[in-house]
Design a protein. Structure first.
Lengths: 329, 319
């Protein structure tokens, strides 16, 4: 087995585009779930609406890239309003039901053959990223420490990690403020917060929108990195991965989702390459596993790791054990 | 005793001897004023008060076929400690919930300090100066004690999302709030727990924290839902003193309580509810002797012999 190859491939995923996209999605979820206690199971929808907002504006209507970004953000904010107005007055579980349903409705709408001329059906859309890559300052493959990336990938990664840090900065600034305190208090007990004169509904709406707008960044980066958008990338698994990452890294911690995303994609990539090399080198006999089975098996292993993590370190990697002990629910 | 200054009672209680009832009912000018206001008020249900801060009319709350609250008229005297008592299921907490906007009334109208509050959401009721606590204490477990307190302050600039990101816009106000919170914590003897998570407090300390947090709102009326429930006897006296302090500072207190000793000790006026209605009002001593009140608590047939009934029932079964 070529260990050098295995580690090289895995190490690239430490800073890869998946880590960026899912870190952003999980940072948004952290605002909603980690700090405010809102069970948003439709983060995929916020990313999809933003991604399609951009792609449709540019690819279908031929309008400028930056207008597409604006429309993507506006779409995510509108989605937060549409989901929030009917559900945020109800108990937490209703938001979970409504958001997961909404995220499927949105995906299937983008996918529908009736709207193929606008959204491109199941093939999605391409050719909306030229303006982004026109700004690329890198002209040849770039080396970042031990890694070397093609110029396009290097540009995507640079912008992506800047956005991740920017999102972390915003979350940090908000959560140390009295506004963040109200959010954390809502997570603990809404009625107590009402009883001291705070408009809980309004704060929950703001939290849903802020988390959704950060989720929109994930959608932009996802479609820009692939230079394409496809509806089936935004299945509920997108949201579930983001939750896994959030819990892995530690909820209600600024860098929790970032660390979670990096580790999650590293482990996933490492297991995939390791098992695949093992199968090829006949360490795992072919009767036990074929190379096509590697994909599902790595998710099984990640699942097992996650279960072990929840048993032995329920607060995640960054989480505060003391804070978790008083879980009153 | 009436010549005592308001400062003396506290020092006396701090001396640590178990206070007898008449000693607890220490006379202060504020208490005398509160009692004097009630002197001319007739002892009957739904009676009007000389200076009512809270007035409710025809408040009805139904749960399906059950009429939980059906209050014709209710007035709470400003600057007094008023107890709301009644047997389990009398509708006391429901009335609290309705008045503070935590529940909707089916009918009725109520005003607080001249402002109509029917249909006003809970957070506006609280901002308007009517703050409540809960029967099951709502300490925010995974926030520290000081953060619990800071949350209570109203009109915080840093609670607006655009200002929140820039700490220089709210830092000064936050310092003022922290100072006020620390003073209150010291008064409630919670200052040593300042940076602990509220979840690590004992039941009684949580009650104290909840009351202190309510005071951060700077309310005119404090509504306490069973402040003594689950509090150990050592803390009871301290809680009683804090409730009396509220009146001394010019606040009005309305509280629900099952502990009759507490009701007798600190309330200036008692309102009794039974089956959703107000059935009696008056000063503690006269209300507790009222046959209607005793009936409500013990049932109208409470003085019949149980053994006779039992014998009769057994005989009926045998036949």
């Amino acid at each position: 087995m070529d260990w050098g190859f295995i580690f090289d491939v895995s190490a690239r995923s430490l800073v890869g585009q998946e880590a960026i996209v899912y870190a952003l999605a999980a940072i948004g979820l952290n605002v909603q779930f980690g700090y405010t206690g809102l069970l948003n199971f439709g983060q995929a929808a916020f990313a999809a609406v933003a991604g399609y907002g951009l792609a449709t504006t540019v690819a279908t209507f031929g309008l400028p890239f930056w207008l597409g970004i604006l429309i993507g953000f506006a779409g995510a904010a509108l989605l937060a309003l549409l989901l929030g107005i009917p559900t945020l007055r109800l108990r937490a579980d209703y938001l979970a039901i409504v958001t997961i349903a909404a995220s499927e409705i949105i995906r299937l709408t983008f996918r529908s053959s009736t709207l193929r001329d606008t959204f491109g059906g199941s093939n999605g859309l391409t050719g909306f990223t030229n303006s982004f890559f026109d700004l690329n300052p890198y002209e040849e493959p770039m080396g970042f420490g031990p890694w070397t990336f093609g110029s396009r990938e290097a540009w995507v990664l640079t912008v992506g990690w800047v956005l991740v840090l920017f999102a972390c900065l915003i979350v940090w600034a908000l959560m140390r403020s009295p506004w963040g305190r109200v959010l954390k208090a809502i997570r603990e007990d809404e009625d107590a917060v009402r009883s001291v004169g705070k408009n809980v509904y309004f704060y929950k709406m703001q939290s849903l929108a802020i988390g959704g707008l950060i989720g929109a960044l994930a959608g932009f980066m996802f479609s820009i990195a692939n230079a394409a958008i496809q509806p089936d990338l935004y299945q509920p698994t997108f949201t579930f991965f983001a939750y896994t990452i959030l819990i892995l890294g530690g909820a209600a911690r600024v860098f929790g989702p970032v660390v979670g995303a990096i580790i999650f994609w590293f482990v996933l990539q490492f297991l995939a390459t390791l098992i695949e090399s093992g199968v090829r080198a006949d360490i795992f006999p072919f009767s036990l596993m074929t190379t096509t089975q590697v994909g599902p098996v790595r998710f099984m292993l990640v699942g097992i790791i996650l279960i072990l993590l929840l048993v032995f370190r329920p607060q995640g990697i960054f989480g505060n054990r003391k804070e978790l002990v008083f879980d009153v629910r | 005793m009436s010549a005592e200054s308001p400062d003396e009672p506290a020092t006396r209680l701090d001396a640590g001897k178990a206070p007898a009832i008449d000693e607890v009912q220490l006379r202060t000018p504020t208490r005398d004023a509160a009692l004097a206001a009630f002197a001319t008020v007739p002892h009957e249900a739904g009676t009007s008060k000389p200076d009512a801060i809270l007035t409710a009319d025809g408040v009805v709350r139904r749960f399906g076929g059950l009429v939980a609250v059906d209050v014709d008229h209710l007035e709470v005297q400003r600057g007094s400690i008023t107890a709301l008592i009644g047997p389990n299921g009398a509708g006391k907490t429901t009335l609290f919930n309705v008045l503070t906007g935590f529940d909707r009334a089916d009918h009725g109208d109520w005003t607080f300090d001249g402002r109509r509050l029917a249909g006003v959401p809970a957070y506006r009721v609280a901002r308007g100066g009517m703050v409540r606590t809960f029967q099951l204490t709502k300490a925010l477990s995974r926030l520290t004690v000081i953060e619990n307190m800071r949350l209570g302050a109203t009109g915080q600039r840093g609670e607006r999302i655009w200002r929140a990101m820039f700490s220089w816009l709210w830092r000064n106000q936050e310092d003022e709030i922290t100072q006020r919170a620390e003073e209150l914590l010291a008064r409630f003897k919670l200052d040593h727990m300042r940076d602990e998570y509220a979840g690590s407090l004992s039941g009684g300390q949580r009650k104290l924290l909840e009351m202190a947090r309510a005071l951060m709102v700077q309310p005119d009326i404090v509504m306490l839902d069973e402040p003594m429930a689950g509090v150990n006897p050592a803390l009871t006296q301290s809680l009683l003193r804090h409730v009396r302090d509220l009146r001394e500072q010019g606040m009005t207190v309305l509280f629900v309580e099952h502990d009759m000793d507490m009701v007798r000790d600190i309330s200036d006026w008692v309102i009794v509810m039974g089956q959703g209605k107000i059935i009696a009002e008056g000063p503690p001593q006269s209300v507790m002797a009222d046959p209607k009140v005793i009936d409500a608590y013990l049932g109208a047939h409470h003085d019949e012999s149980l053994t006779e009934k039992k014998v009769a029932a057994e005989r009926d079964q045998e036949v």
